[in-house]
Structures are given as C-alpha cells and as structure tokens.
Design a protein around this ligand. Sequence first.
Ligand SMILES: [Zn+2]
Length: 106
Amino acid sequence: MNIEPKLKFIKSNRNKDQLVVNNKYVYNLYSSDKKGNKSYIYTFYKTINKCKSMSKLNSTNHIVAYNQEHNHIISEKKVQRAKAKSEIKKQIQKLNNPLIFQNLIP
Ligand SMILES: [Zn+2]
C-alpha cells in the first residue's frame, strides 16, 4: 500500500514529543539526528510486549520507514485521552491562565 499515513504531532504529559499515526497509534520520539531525521517507537508496549512497531520521519516529516506490526491490542481510549490532554495543554499555554484548566475538566 502506498497511502501515506496521517500524522499528528502532540506533546506528552512530560512535554515530550509524540507522533499519532492515523489517529490511532501513538509513538514517542526516540531519537533525532543532525539532519532532522527522527525515529519514533512505541515505548509503552515496547517494554511490556516487546512491540516492534516504529516509524521514521525525515526532516520534512515524511515517513521513510514504518513498521505496523503490533503484538497487542491498541487502546483507542488511551489515544483519545493523550490527544485531549495535549490539546488542553496547548490552550493553557496560549492563554497562560490556570483557571481555564479547571473549566476544561468535565
Ligand atoms: Zn504496538
């Protein structure tokens, strides 16, 4: 298949760079080199399940390597939560007002 996956860049709780592929798979930034090539791995499942899924992006954020092999169930809830948190954080940084945070929590 030659369809390029949909990519979205978010920040983790600890302000680390994460990559969401096709709105489903969340990868943590693992390494980047001087040319701007970046490797993302499925850190959480890597330790527990030894998941081999990873993706590599070049400096223009195009996928140059992608392994979709997952040996576990993907938690969509977890992905949605991660994206929501990242969005809230962005809003807070934009407004720089801690009171907004309380209003966003249901
Ligand atoms: Zn996996």
